[in-house]
Design a protein around this ligand. Structure first.
Ligand code: 5AD
Ligand code: SF4
Length: 467
């Protein structure tokens, strides 16, 4: 089922293209077209893919997860780290064979990786069986691209990055019936020196608060229990809009929607994390008791070289201020190990910060040079093998901390949202508003519902019983 954001209409032009695609496919003898969307990378991409699926359904495609049965395959790609890109080239390459089996098959590549000119050129020159390549700011034009390829014969390459107003009304196909994403802003203006995102997603552009609240209301009315507000840097939400609504205010507006649901958000940049936001988090009962606050490095020199615009002390003060307001708040973070020029002594400050803050969980990455970023040109004398050792040390440290952290929940009662079946038979997994997962022996009909659960033990995973 596809949903439309209420009151906002998808551009007529694209609707017309969608209708024409439907007729053209039938003319070509493809009566029950099937499409697979392959997604790499972050939640933003998952959310974009749900919109790609919405548009594909509008064109009459059934969404499947089977490349062999598909008439249309689209790869929505990620460029944040190198190895994700290598996988995409491999998987796109494998569609050459599928095209021999199904001459009607069309292959498209979009997203952050495709936005890079060098990558698009590589697809143009060395992957002649790729029909359509497009970037991050034109994905709402999918019906047009498919139509043009179906009728004109020429391959379509569209990398326009004009940073114009966000096109609203794109149909959404959310897979989950109880958890859903709402993108609130796109792009990033921060230019951290390791990161490719500002180049491939362009400038920060925020959706209007009115549209976001309308979408959230519709989701609550449809029975959604968890809404995740998404953006590369949600804390700078609203810049450039003229309604004066910043992220703290937006949170309060979404929190005011009546209903039993909870609100999560990602990602917050520490430099833009304000007292006003922390106050809003404390005051809003639906906002989860969790802050994902990437610090990247615990050393102030490295932070400066990364262009993060805060110091180690700034970060630790922020944690303190947040804990004063919300004593049980769970923190999670992103860390890069082995930024160019980082020494072992400097890395040890990352370790010590991890020990000091006691994060609920961490997303850790070894630095990956990205073409066109300032980081790529910085001297990087430490070997990959050495960085690997540091990385393992970080994982081991966090492992111990996380065990202690989870032990702290034994005996406590937490409100969870049941999300999925556990790998263990007859158990389902519930997630607290502070991100801990609890295994509970219960009927899977409870998935998508809230319950109070008493945590009884921890043997690597937490077990609990419904109160
Ligand atoms: N190398 C390694 N990790 C990176 N990230 C972003 N760019 C790079 C890179 N070039 C990480 C950061 C960011 C997360 C989404 O990905 O930690 O917060
Ligand atoms: Fe990349 Fe930094 Fe922007 Fe995050 S804030 S997307 S790490 S440039």
């Amino acid at each position: 089922m596809s949903e439309f954001v209420p009151n906002i209409s998808y551009p007529t032009e694209q609707k017309v293209y969608a209708d024409r695609v439907k007729s053209k496919l039938a003319e070509n003898g493809v009566f029950f077209p099937k499409a697979t969307v392959v997604t790499y990378g972050c939640q933003q991409n998952v959310s974009d893919s749900q919109r790609l699926k919405g548009m594909l359904r509008l064109m009459g495609y059934d969404i499947v997860e089977d490349l062999e049965k598909s008439d249309f395959i689209i790869f929505n790609t990620c460029a944040v780290r190198g190895h994700a890109e290598d996988r995409v080239f491999g998987n796109v390459g494998a569609t050459k064979k599928l095209k021999k089996q199904n001459p009607n098959l069309m292959v498209a590549v979009c997203g952050c990786m495709a936005q890079q000119q060098a990558v698009a050129d590589k697809f143009k020159e060395s992957y002649p069986y790729v029909d359509i390549v497009f970037g991050t700011q034109v994905f709402h034009r999918l019906p047009e691209f498919i139509y043009k390829r179906l009728t004109g014969g020429k391959r379509v390459f569209e990398l326009e990055l004009k940073n114009e107003k966000i096109v609203e009304g794109v149909p959404v196909d959310r897979e989950d019936r109880f958890k859903g994403y709402i993108p609130i802003m796109y792009g990033c203006d921060n230019f951290c020196t390791y990161c490719i995102v500002p180049y491939v997603r362009g400038r920060e552009r925020s959706r209007s608060a009115e549209v976001i609240v309308a979408e959230a209301k519709q989701m609550v009315a449809d029975g959604y229990k968890e809404i995740m507000l998404l953006g590369q840097n949600v804390n700078s939400y609203g810049k450039g809009n003229d309604d004066g609504i910043n992220f703290a205010k937006l949170l309060r507006m979404v929190n005011n929607i009546e209903g039993d649901f909870r609100i999560r958000f990602m990602t917050s940049h520490p430099k833009d994390c304000t007292i006003e936001l922390l106050d809003a988090m404390r005051d809003c009962e639906k906002v989860e008791n969790h802050l994902h606050l990437p610090f990247q490095s615990g050393n102030s020199r490295v932070l400066k070289a990364m262009n993060r615009r805060y110091t180690r002390d700034d970060y630790l003060s922020l944690i303190k201020v947040a804990r004063e307001r919300m004593p049980d708040i769970a923190f999670t973070s992103d860390i890069i190990v082995g930024f160019p020029g980082e020494t072992y002594e400097e890395f040890k400050e990352t370790l010590s910060l991890v020990k000091e803050v006691k994060f609920a969980s961490l997303f850790t990455f070894i630095y990956s040079p990205r073409e066109g970023t300032p980081g790529e040109k910085m001297p990087d004398p430490v070997s990959r093998a050495e960085k690997g050792k540091w990385f393992d040390e970080l994982l081991k440290t966090q492992d111990r901390i996380q065990k202690d952290y989870n032990n702290g929940f034994v005996g406590k009662t937490v409100r969870v949202l049941f999300e999925e079946e556990a790998p263990k038979q007859d158990y389902i997994i519930g997630k607290s508003d502070g991100t801990v997962s609890v295994y509970v022996k219960a009927n899977k009909d409870l998935i998508g519902k809230f319950a109070d659960v008493k945590v009884v033990s921890n043997d690597g995973v937490l077990y609990g019983t419904i109160v």
